[in-house]
Design a protein around this ligand. Structure first.
Ligand code: ATR
Length: 288
């Protein structure tokens, strides 16, 4: 935060349902402080029934832009004026920019996820097989990123099978040669798919503070040491899912690098200013 808020301070922020544990305010206000910018980043806790009113409020209050987080990345789209092309294809928005009263939705999760896999996971996506738990807005961004980078095969496992099938259907038209398979969470072939996989990703909310003892993979014996296991959750820093993967000898990565990189990209859309990702990640790791 800038030391003094004044009449020219521009407001940015994050809208979510349970944002008490969000690190986005820390990330953005650290950037603002480090570079003495006249912005302030605020957490907005919004109930589901108020989402439309909150989005209208961005215009009324002349807020420069917001991040959108769990569980509104898909729901928010109906309240926007325009969508950037990849956000439209993905069907999920994590960033809104207010340009003179026109609200445009973007998806910077794709950039954040790719960069975290490359730089922090040291993982080359090409010709690899991936198991993904979850089929919500976060999963859509991750799957889109994997397809853009040439992943060979994706196995989506979700509690609600229909949502996984919908992703397969939606994305097949943009990536006709991609191989997406949709299963329900209880499917017996999970074992076989994990054996073949190089990467497993949790995009569900299982393991978040409200569901801290939960994990999407009920049989921890299925983890093996040839895997990179990725949890989009960053609080707690090591979910049960990641702890069990680590015990099995797998390499692990949590959601913090992705959060920082997507945040930097959002920050750039609002301010035209792009700080260096690694530098901000180090500040956040020290302060979180
Ligand atoms: P986000 O925008 O962060 O992706 P979301 O769209 O609400 O949030 O998606 C949450 C994901 O977590 C979904 O895949 C959801 O499964 P459903 O599609 O069946 O709702 C998954 N999820 C949430 N709670 C779950 C639970 N108790 N067991 C299994 N999966 C769960």
């Amino acid at each position: 935060m800038k030391k003094e808020i004044n009449g020219k301070t521009k407001i940015i922020g994050v809208i979510g349902k349970n944002i008490e544990n969000s690190l986005s305010p820390l990330i953005h206000n650290q950037i603002i402080l480090k570079y003495s910018l006249n912005f302030c980043y605020i957490p907005f806790k919004v109930a589901e029934n108020d989402l439309g009113k909150a989005i209208q409020g961005i215009k009324a209050l002349n807020i420069k832009g917001v991040n959108i987080t769990f569980p509104y990345k898909e729901k928010v789209i109906e309240f926007l004026d325009e969508l950037e092309e990849s956000a439209r294809r993905i069907g999920a928005v994590n960033t809104i920019v207010n340009n003179k009263g026109i609200l445009t939705g973007y998806n910077t999760d794709v950039f954040g996820f790719k960069k975290s896999l490359q730089e922090d996971g040291k993982f080359d996506i090409k010709k690899k097989k991936t198991v993904i738990f979850g089929a919500g807005g976060a999963a859509r961004g991750v799957i889109y990123a994997l397809l853009e980078e040439g992943i060979e095969e994706i196995y989506i496992f979700n509690r609600t099978l229909e949502k996984a099938k919908k992703i397969k259907q939606d994305f097949s038209s943009f990536f006709p040669r991609s191989c997406i398979n949709a299963f329900s969470l209880e499917e017996e072939n999970l074992k076989d798919k994990i054996e073949r996989a190089h990467l497993i990703i949790n995009t569900t909310s299982l393991g978040m503070p409200s569901k801290i003892d939960n994990t999407p993979l009920s049989d921890e014996k299925l983890f093996h040491s040839d895997l990179l296991v990725y949890d989009l959750i960053y609080r707690p820093t090591k979910t049960l899912f990641l702890r069990q993967a680590e015990m099995a000898g797998a390499k692990i990565i949590n959601g913090l690098p992705m959060l920082v990189y997507q945040g930097i990209e959002s920050f750039y859309l609002w301010t035209g200013f792009k700080p260096e990702g690694k530098e901000i990640l180090e500040i956040i790791e020290r302060n979180a």
